[in-house]
Structures are given as structure tokens and as C-alpha cells.
Design a protein. Sequence first.
Length: 114
Amino acid sequence: MKLTRIGAAAVGVGLAVSATVVGVATPALASANCTTWISHDQGTGYAKCTGGGTRFDTHRVKVVCMNSAGHTHNVNGPWVNTRDGETSKAVCSTDPGHTGIEVYRISVETDPFD
């Protein structure tokens, strides 16, 4: 399908408007204050966010688990309430010393469409 100059301009404007909408959401996300940490035994990851007055009112922890052979898999914690300061938890292993499975990487995800 060949676009005319007007059609191409409309597509360009649509992309610019889309980028603007995404840009508007970014400051609200910045108002949430999130902390992540890993348990002392390295088997569990946690995320806690706080920040009232924002529409981003849920979050969850996301961890990448790794075994002693270097194989990885992902575990996501449950969505929890940001405004109430709840903590999301994801378990790689309840006994990492025995299984050799530990948290390798940790991050937090907020839900912008809640």
C-alpha cells in the first residue's frame, strides 16, 4: 500500500501524539518510591513501593532465578497495593543452600493501567 503525502503526515502526527501520551505518564510513575531487596539466604526477592496520589497504585517484584549450573527462570510476585505500602514477594527457593537456586536479578514493575 502506497501512502500519499497526507496519509504519511497523518501517520507521523499519530506517532507524535502517541509519544506525547507516553511522556505524560512518566512523571506520575516517578512519584512512586520503590525499594527492592533480597533475603539473607538469597532465595527470595522483595519489592515495596509507596506513593499516594498517583494512579499507579499496584506493583510487583520480578526476579530472575539462577541455579548452580547457570540456568535461569523468571518468577513474578503478586500484584500488591502501592498506596498501602504493601510488599510483593517472589521465591526462587525456600532452601537455596541445598538447591543451589538463588535470586540472580531483581526488579519492580508498576501497573500503569490499574
